[in-house]
Ligand binder design. Structure first.
Ligand SMILES: C[S@@+](CC[C@H](N)C(=O)[O-])C[C@H]1O[C@@H](n2cnc3c(N)ncnc32)[C@H](O)[C@@H]1O
Length: 337
């Protein structure tokens, strides 16, 4: 991604959330009144037009044609993450939350449960600067419970940035990592997960990942080939994925215990009911939740290099590029997970 520019994909998420917000209150999955303010004027006008159901349905059909079911996946996963987070906050009483790769996610400002927590929003400097400029126009002041941490996950250590912002690693913490792992290196993903596992007992993470089979082509997902061709040409290419069947083992090697893992089919079904069966696209996009388990010993070998990870540059460096022909030969049930 271009270091001097705010993330384009953070803008897409704001667009999907703004579109959902203008739907009738009785039908929408959530309301994020901040989202539209992150859009360019042309897109803001489109969202404004979408207040009329006929135009909304036309615009949604257009978006779903351009990026098959990215919108429905984004909306349903925003809602499921809101729901899991709400449950976790209520059940655990945790009051320290870190939003990794926060982009234009405004949970810290729109969810009542988060207003009682200290929230750390972590992202690239340019994206954070754009977000803060918009929020300063909308709010009398940036609320005291939110702190901002500039980082490049691929180059900098998360603990350093968080410590400077007053994060207390010994306190149990909830981490959110939505829509980010697919842009990172395997080493960066693993380092963050290990750090989460090392935080106070009871710490949790809710995160998304892309099925590695979609990235390496070993599993067929409708629309994935075209989408991946398109994202490969952008300045935010997808570089990392995981096989769901291997997620438990992958996490356990970082010190985390898997609590749940849902594909887009599954989390869309929760909110769209039977209509979810007609949503063909983005099934490879998962939401997972895990908690800190027993501490890993320092120097425990990481999972990277096992067959559950898609990270081409890492394998190339080690001369261990993943053999996808072997995966193709596996029966479908074993491949999907
Ligand atoms: C698809 S957006 C998701 C944003 C937000 N989590 C949401 O759901 O609206 C991806 C986010 O990851 C951030 N990101 C991607 N690569 C990053 C890196 N190497 N270091 C820090 N942030 C990164 C981008 O700046 C962007 O905000």
């Amino acid at each position: 991604m271009k270091p001097e520019q705010a993330s384009r994909t953070a803008g897409y998420m704001a667009l999907f959330r703004a579109g959902e917000t203008v739907r009738p209150a009785s039908q929408r999955l959530f309301a994020d009144s901040f989202a539209e303010h992150f859009l360019r004027p042309g897109l803001r006008r489109a969202v404004w037009l979408a207040r009329r159901p006929v135009l909304a349905s036309f615009l949604n059909r257009y978006a779903d044609h351009r990026l098959p079911e990215a919108r429905t996946s984004a909306i349903a996963r925003t809602r499921i993450i809101d729901d899991i987070l709400g449950e976790d906050l209520e059940a655990s009483g945790l009051r320290q939350v870190v939003i990794l790769g926060a982009g234009f996610d405004c949970r810290a400002y729109r969810l009542a449960g988060l207003q009682r927590a200290t929230v750390f929003e972590v992202d690239h400097p340019a994206t954070l600067a754009t977000k803060l400029a918009v929020l300063r126009r909308l709010l009398p002041k940036i609320p005291d419970h939110v702190r901002h941490v500039e980082i490049d996950f691929n180059r900098q250590r998360l603990p350093d940035g968080l410590a400077q912002a007053g994060f207390q690693p010994a306190r149990p913490t909830i981490f959110l990592w939505e829509g980010v792992t697919n842009y990172l290196s395997a080493e960066a993903v693993e380092a963050v997960l290990r750090y989460v596992a090392s935080c106070g007992p009871g710490s949790k993470i809710i995160f998304t990942y892309v099925h590695s089979g979609a990235l390496d082509g070993s599993v067929y997902f409708e629309g994935a080939e075209r989408l991946l061709r398109d994202v490969a040409k952008t300045d935010e290419p997808w570089t990392f994925g995981l096989a769901p069947a291997d997620l438990t083992e992958f996490l356990s090697k970082t010190g985390l215990v898997l609590d749940r893992d849902l594909s887009a089919n599954e989390y869309r079904s929760l909110y769209f009911g039977a209509a979810a069966q007609q949503m063909k696209g983005y099934e490879f996009y998962h939401v997972a939740a895990a908690h800190a388990g027993e501490r890993t010993e320092p120097g425990t070998p990481g999972p990277i290099g096992s067959r559950n990870v898609y990270a081409p540059s890492y394998f190339r460096r080690r001369g261990r590029m993943r053999d996808t022909s072997r995966l193709n030969a596996l029966p479908q049930t074993q491949r999907r997970g």
